[in-house]
Design a protein around this ligand. Structure first.
Ligand code: NI
Length: 179
């Protein structure tokens, strides 16, 4: 396994549309293992292959929610290959989203709170399930990456510019610290 570098906005690769996976091979499984390692180390709860520079329709998600409030996080790794949303609810939920490609910035995004999703797992097995809560949000956020969409694209122009300004300021401070 290996830690992969995560690309950050405004890298144009993040705007690329990812291609479907034709066959789930050992090479794909090796990439998925590296993606999990990279996501846990970041740390994050979801990662799309394009965020490590691979334009394939592969996502890894692990909400790492504790069994009880305040408890130890429990790992429950999920792999989504060629995911599709079959149906989505009309009801929406607001969630303060972040993204490993827009480090340390958060903003409220509104998305359908329930989706019927279809995908392949790391064994090429097909799944169709109704998802809700944070998992539904996270899946939709990661699926956006496959279309070259970032969560800031869902914000008003003013809010998006605020987030990007804060990101630029933070990067400048980081460079100063390193100097
Ligand atoms: Ni993201």
């Amino acid at each position: 396994m290996a830690l992969l570098p995560i690309i950050e906005t405004p890298d144009p690769l993040l705007r690329q549309i990812s291609s479907p996976v034709d066959e789930v091979t050992d090479e794909i499984r090796a990439l998925i293992a590296d993606m999990f390692e990279t996501m846990y180390a970041a740390p994050g709860i979801g990662l799309a292959a394009i965020q490590v520079g691979v334009p394939k329709r592969i996502l890894v998600i692990d909400l790492q929610e504790p069994e009880e409030e305040g408890g130890e996080p429990v790992r429950e790794p999920l792999v989504f290959i060629n995911p599709e949303i079959v149906e989505e609810s009309e009801t929406v939920q607001l969630y303060s989203e972040g993204c490993l490609s827009i480090p340390d910035q958060y903003a409220d995004v509104e998305r359908p709170d329930q989706v019927l999703a279809r995908w392949l797992d790391e064994n090429g097995q097909s799944h169709e399930e109704e998802l809700d809560g944070l998992l539904a949000i996270c899946l939709q956020h990661e699926m956006d990456h496959l279309e070259g969409i970032l969560f800031i694209d869902h914000l008003s122009r003013l809010k998006r510019e605020m987030v990007l300004k804060k990101l630029a300021k933070q990067r400048k401070e980081r460079t100063k610290l390193a100097a």
